[in-house]
Design a binder for this molecule. Structure first.
Ligand code: PGA
Length: 233
C-alpha cells in the first residue's frame, strides 16, 4: 500500500530534522512517501521513504515569483506531487483547470501526480458526492492520454473528513472508491481524511483502498508507527 505523509505547513527546520530522524527508524512493507514543506526538500535524507512535494507550479519556468516548477522539483529527486488538495482549492482558489495544467507539467517530468478529489459536507448532505468526483476527474484529467492517465494516483478525501475526526462509513468509502475505479479502472485510489491509529483497524477492512493520505497523524511518529503496525497485522 501507499502511505502518503502530508506534513502541510508544519515544523520549523530543527523540528523537521528531529522528525526526519524519527522517521528513519520506521520499518514497513508499505511504500511511504513524505511530503514536507518545500524548504525541507533539500534536507531530505531518508532511504526508507520516497520524496514528494505538496504542490507544484502551473508554470513551466521563468518570471513567476514564488513559484516552484515541476522540473525544479524533479532536480530534488521528487517522485510524487500532491495536486488539487482541497486546502489549495479552497484557500488558494486552485481550479480544476489549474490542477489539469499542473498534472500535465508533472507528467512531463515523470513525477507521479496524486490528485485529490472530494465533496464538501453540503454536497455530501445533498447526495452529490458522485457528481462532484466525476466532475473533478473529468476536468482534472482533461486532454491527458489514457497511458498518462493510468500513471496518476487519486486520493479520495471528503473535505468534511479532513482534520475533523469525522470519517464516512466503510460502506460509503467503499462505494466512492468503487465509483472512482469505474471511471478510472487502472488507477490506484487512496483514502484521506482523519485516518489514524484508532480507526485503521476498521478502515483496513475496506477491500478496494490502495493506500492512505495522512495529514495530522503524519506529524506524530509514535502514532504513525502504531498506524503502520495495525495496518500490517
Ligand atoms: P488529516 O488530513 O489526516 O489531518 O485529516 C488529510 C489530508 O488533508 O490529506
Amino acid at each position: 500500500m501507499i502511505i502518503a505523509l502530508n506534513n502541510k505547513c508544519n515544523f520549523t527546520k530543527d523540528e523537521f530534522l528531529t522528525y526526519q530522524d524519527n522517521l528513519k527508524k520506521i520499518k514497513t512493507f508499505n511504500e511511504l512517501i513524505l511530503f514536507p514543506s518545500y524548504t525541507y526538500l533539500s534536507l531530505f535524507s531518508l532511504s526508507n521513504i520516497v520524496l514528494g512535494s505538496q504542490n507544484s507550479s502551473a508554470y513551466e519556468s521563468g518570471a513567476h515569483t514564488g513559484e516552484i516548477s515541476s522540473s525544479q522539483l524533479k532536480s530534488f529527486n521528487v517522485k510524487y506531487s500532491i495536486v488539487g488538495h482541497s486546502e489549495r482549492r479552497q484557500e488558494q482558489f486552485e481550479t480544476s483547470a489549474i490542477v489539469n495544467t499542473k498534472i500535465k507539467l508533472l507528467l512531463k517530468e515523470s513525477i507521479t501526480p496524486i490528485m485529490c478529489i472530494g465533496e464538501t459536507k453540503e454536497e455530501y448532505n445533498l447526495s452529490k458526492t458522485k457528481e462532484v468526483l466525476k466532475k473533478e476527474i473529468e476536468e482534472g484529467l482533461k486532454d491527458i492520454t489514457d497511458a498518462d492517465k493510468d500513471k496518476i494516483i487519486i486520493a479520495y478525501e471528503p473535505i468534511w473528513a479532513i482534520g475533523t475526526g469525522l470519517v464516512p462509513t466503510n460502506e460509503e468509502i467503499f462505494q466512492m472508491i468503487d465509483y472512482i475505479k469505474e471511471i478510472l479502472p487502472n488507477n490506484k485510489v487512496l483514502y484521506g481524511g482523519s485516518a489514524n491509529e484508532k480507526n485503521i483497524d476498521s478502515l483496513k477492512q475496506i477491500s478496494n483502498i490502495d493506500g492512505y493520505l495522512l495529514g495530522g497523524i503524519s506529524l506524530k511518529t509514535p502514532n504513525l508507527e502504531l498506524f503502520l503496525q495495525k495496518l500490517e497485522n
